[in-house]
Design a protein around this ligand. Structure first.
Ligand SMILES: Cc1ncc(COP(=O)(O)O)c(C=O)c1O
Length: 390
């Protein structure tokens, strides 16, 4: 019998768990007539003028590498937007790098700051990649459960209790995937005080910053004393419906950013050039399109939240991103069984909350980045499902 080739894998990689979402969607892909509330990306295609800008850049011969940091005009536009929206100042020459999505930016940030065994506290439920990216960068993820009673915001006392001598950073993601929670200024201020007291870095993933409903987004580096210790991550995937273009950024004080840039230089070189030109157009001229998409998400958000609550699935009001996070334990099923049976019996795909770490066990994620009419139909199917299992 031959030895398995998996023996060549590093321990770090061999212990990584496959994403809970992928496994589920491999099954969905084999089925017909499924209404998917499982998708984690906009159902809209990229607005046409942004697409044109990408194509035009190629036609104009922009087919080369850019500066490692990305095209300066894009860094300037991002710095200007952060200044205008949140009052935070970054020098576009030394404090911003364009990355291949927030996915890369997160990996760079973690690799730049972690020594082996350093702990990173992550409020959960959270984006599926956080824990594994910390592990890949040599750190140890420490999950901090959040609760529906707090609208899924971290409890400051629990955060402080999770800190050990090995804690290096807190990794925040808000507006949050999968809960749709945004963090209030009051909670963020308490987190900031804890970060200062224990001299921690804060990595703040604010990828959905423009997708908020009836509430203002508070950017973490804008809080008193936080600019110096924050690595801000943002991007174009969700706000502008540009997931496939793969553009994001990291912004941080120059000394931190230069470390981040070194990792980027040796792994990626530069983000895709036409995608950077498309992103530049998006940030300069795309605000109208963002407003239109946001208002359509908001319409769907209201439908799905009231619909789920009427079905008896307690759902707090998500104020950001495009996810609702209903509690499904009244069905008597755990999240995995609920999602599995709902798919098999009614062909509605939702993602079990277990995919997103501690605290998600009794919940499923329902994305409303899908057409209004499909959400209506999905709610009818769920009603039938719950009656049968009630
Ligand atoms: C919170 C969060 N961060 C990061 C990402 C990755 O985004 P990007 O497409 O910018 O790599 C996602 C994608 O779903 C996300 O939800």
């Amino acid at each position: 019998m031959s030895l398995s080739n998996s023996r060549y894998l590093s321990q770090r990689v061999a212990t990584l768990k496959p994403s809970g979402i992928r496994k589920f969607f491999d099954i969905v892909a084999t089925m017909k007539d499924v209404i998917s509330l499982g998708i984690g990306e906009p159902d809209f295609v990229t607005p046409p003028a942004i697409v044109e800008a990408g194509i035009n850049s190629l036609r104009a011969g922009e087919t080369h590498y850019t500066s490692n940091s990305g095209i300066l005009a894009l860094r300037q536009a991002i710095a200007a937007q952060l200044q205008n929206s949140y009052g935070v100042s970054y020098n576009p020459t030394t404090e911003v790098v364009i990355t291949v999505g927030v996915s890369e930016a997160l990996y760079l940030a973690l690799t730049a700051i972690l020594n082996p065994g350093d702990e990173v506290i992550i409020p959960t439920p959270c984006f599926v990649a956080y824990q594994s990216e910390v592990t890949l960068a040599g750190g140890t993820p420490v999950e901090l459960s959040c609760f529906i009673e707090d609208d899924f915001q971290p409890r400051p006392a629990n955060l402080e209790a999770a800190i050990t001598p090995k804690t290096k950073a807190i990794l925040l993601g808000y507006p949050n995937n999968p809960t749709g929670a945004t963090y209030t200024r009051a909670v963020l201020t308490e987190i900031a005080q804890i970060a200062a007291r224990h001299d921690l870095v804060v990595i703040s993933d604010e990828l959905y910053d423009q997708l908020v409903y009836g509430i203002a987004h508070v950017s973490f580096p804008s809080l008193p004393g936080m600019w110096d210790r924050t690595i801000l991550l943002g991007g174009f995937s969700k706000n502008y419906a540009m997931t496939g273009w793969r553009v994001g950024y990291a912004a941080a004080p120059a000394e931190l950013l230069q470390g981040i840039l070194r990792v980027h230089q040796y792994t990626i070189m530069s983000a895709p050039t036409p995608a950077q030109f498309a992103a530049l157009h998006a940030i300069q001229y795309g605000q109208g399109a963002v407003a239109e998409m946001r208002s359509e998400y908001d319409r769907r958000r209201k439908l799905i939240v009231s619909g789920l609550n009427q079905l008896g699935l307690t759902t707090f009001e998500p104020r950001g991103a495009f996810y609702a996070f209903p509690k499904i334990s009244v069905s008597g099923m755990d999240a995995d069984t609920f999602a599995q049976k709902l798919l098999e019996e009614e062909k509605v795909a939702v993602v079990p909350g277990t995919a997103f770490g501690a605290g998600g066990e009794e919940f499923v994620r329902c994305s409303y980045a899908t057409a209004y009419e499909k959400i209506e139909e999905a709610l009818l199917r769920m009603e039938r499902f719950l009656k049968r299992h009630g």
